[in-house]
Design a protein around this ligand. Structure first.
Ligand SMILES: [Zn+2]
Length: 416
């Protein structure tokens, strides 16, 4: 009995698609601005529709703009589909690969399956999530697949420019009322796999072809206030000051130590700070640090928060000021499916690719899909770890590797 011939993606077709998509919303810097429901997003949807017609695929768009693509026909089994996909929107001045690689690769999987027609027990469906980059809402489309938005919630959502989501949906010629009926049930999807660029430097530095994502990082945000005494910068002797900036400085000098002392994967960042009243000749009253801290393990995330509070209170005591911490948000870490992870590792090794486990430090639609169905993610290297920037880059070879692992993984899942 002969073994079925191995299927392979066409990197030429993938390259052609990625290069074409880079022209939709292209910016002078060589980046891409294709925010959700913009005119570039509309062009993308028209292009995708043309691709589907060319390859005999059916494209459906739900009320919030998520796109579903599949082959229809007598031979397509009636069962819950194996889904693969990502997003085709970008941040303003984003790159050519974030979301695009996984979306185009999933489309290529359908094209390969259409040509080769292997025997499958389940259909394969491509999902392109709307507004992943959160112009209107963080992971808008996949959030709407897990829970319906209410009409009241939808009416509140606004974009970066202050425009209303419901107006943006109307401008796409859609009825915004349909955006309240988007949720899927766990019976609607058999499994979900997303291929994505790493958006960090780990795979490139370790010369690894494929990362199998263990979990999507838990993310917490909080405000740390140091409050002291507002005084004259010229007349108040140093020994009599209660200066919150000095406490803040001492705390900030310990960020790396606080993170590494909690776990090797924890990260802690202060990217924004407010000083009150704010003047070169005033000892400030308040230094407010906005903190972002992440770890794939929920227990570590709460330990990290406790260490932040302890270190802040030590720094405050040292300078005679008060410290208070307010947690603003917590998104729990999402572990990905161990069975699909093992399967993806096996197919990657079967193609003689190097593989490693890796946590995702960024949020992805897969974290919502994991609430519906067994879900996994494949990462490929990002040159220099750059992302959300026109400098974002992944090599055609790495993209081909990732797309072939996606293809093999999807086929294996659809055969079961
Ligand atoms: Zn992305």
């Amino acid at each position: 009995m002969s073994k079925a011939a191995a299927l392979n993606v066409s990197i030429e077709r993938i390259q052609r698609d990625i290069e074409h998509l880079a022209t939709l919303g292209q910016t002078p810097s060589g980046g891409v601005s294709r925010t959700s429901f913009s005119s570039a997003d509309k062009q993308m949807r028209q292009w995708l529709h043309g691709q589907c017609q060319e390859h005999g695929l059916t494209m459906r768009t739900d009320g919030i703009g998520n796109i579903f693509i599949r082959a229809e026909g007598m031979n397509v089994p009636k069962a819950a589909p194996v889904c693969a996909g990502s997003h085709l929107d970008s941040v303003p001045e984003g790159g050519r690969y974030d979301g695009i690689v996984g979306s185009v690769a999933a489309l290529e999987v359908l094209r390969v399956l259409g040509q080769a027609a292997p025997a499958l027990q389940r259909p394969v469906e491509v999902v392109i999530f709307a507004d992943e980059e959160g112009n209107y809402h963080h992971l808008l489309g996949s959030t709407a697949l897990v829970d319906n938005f209410t009409w009241e919630e939808l009416q509140q959502l606004r974009g970066r420019e202050g425009d209303l989501l419901v107006d943006a949906l109307s401008a796409m010629d859609w009825d915004p009322r349909h955006a309240t009926r988007t949720a899927l049930s766990s019976h609607d999807v058999h499994a979900f796999v997303e291929l994505h660029i790493e958006q960090g430097p780990v795979l490139e530095e370790s010369h690894t072809d494929i990362g199998i994502v263990t979990s999507i990082v838990g993310l917490a945000g909080g405000q740390l206030d140091f409050v002291g005494s507002q005084d004259h910068a010229g007349t108040t002797p140093m020994r009599l000051r209660r200066d919150p900036m000095q406490a803040a400085g001492s705390f900030l000098g310990q960020l790396a130590r606080i993170a590494s002392g909690t776990s090797s994967t924890a990260v802690l960042t202060c990217g924004l700070m407010e000083i009150e009243p704010g003047g070169t000749n005033v000892v400030p009253r308040l230094a407010r640090l906005h903190l972002d801290f992440r770890d794939p393990d929920p227990d570590v995330l709460s330990q990290l928060e406790q260490r932040i509070i302890d270190c802040a209170s030590n720094a405050a005591n040292q300078y005679g000021v008060e410290a208070s911490f307010r947690r603003m948000s917590v998104t729990a870490p999402v572990p990905l499916d161990p069975h699909i992870r093992a399967l993806l590792r096996e197919v990657a090794l079967g193609r003689n690719l190097s593989v490693t486990d890796i946590p995702s430090g960024a949020g992805h639609d897969a974290q919502n899909m994991a609430r519906l169905t067994p879900t996994a993610m494949i990462f490929i290297p990002s040159a220099g770890g750059k992302s959300h920037s026109p400098q974002e880059h992944s090599s055609w070879q790495d993209i081909e590797h990732g797309a072939n692992v996606l293809l093999d993984g999807v086929v294996r899942l659809a055969q079961a």
